[in-house]
Design a protein around this ligand. Structure first.
Ligand code: 5GP
Ligand code: ZN
Length: 122
């Protein structure tokens, strides 16, 4: 179920990637989510998982988005398995706002792995 007012934003970079207007290499896809490699990977694996409907960021989610969130995390688990990360682990990141360095205003879950990751982030 999608909110008609926020289905696709023509000026949104990731909406344009999802629609295929901007080419990308699919890593995984379902009816509700799309996963593709980050253009500037910070690890051997760095995949972005995005909902096909437009949400600005995690703070833009509503209670009605429960299924969307479940789909997003299920896809991340699938991406991790497809990328061979299930056994050794990986990091899931949702950046919100300027202090977190959020640059693209379309919700995206980072799946990062393939090396030991530092904690806490810088
Ligand atoms: P944020 O900092 O907003 O959480 O993450 C945005 C991510 O999108 C960054 O890691 C950045 O490298 C990635 N990115 C920005 N533009 C593009 C693009 O055109 N294609 C792809 N595949 N990734 C992008
Ligand atoms: Zn969008």
């Amino acid at each position: 179920v999608t909110s008609p007012e926020q289905t696709v934003q023509p000026d949104c970079l990731f909406c344009r990637i999802i629609s295929g207007e901007i080419p990308s290499s699919p890593v995984y896809e379902t009816e509700s989510v799309y996963a593709f490699p980050d253009i500037r990977p910070v690890g051997p694996t760095h995949v972005l998982v995005v909902p096909k409907v437009h949400r600005r960021d995690a703070a833009d989610l509503r209670r009605e988005d429960g299924q969307l969130l479940a789909d997003l995390f299920a896809a991340a688990t699938e991406v991790a398995a497809l990328s061979g990360l299930s056994e050794r682990g990986y990091r899931l990141v949702l950046n919100v706002g300027d202090d977190a360095g959020n640059t693209v205003p379309h919700l995206h879950l980072h799946v990062i792995g393939g090396r030991q990751l530092a904690w806490p982030p810088g």
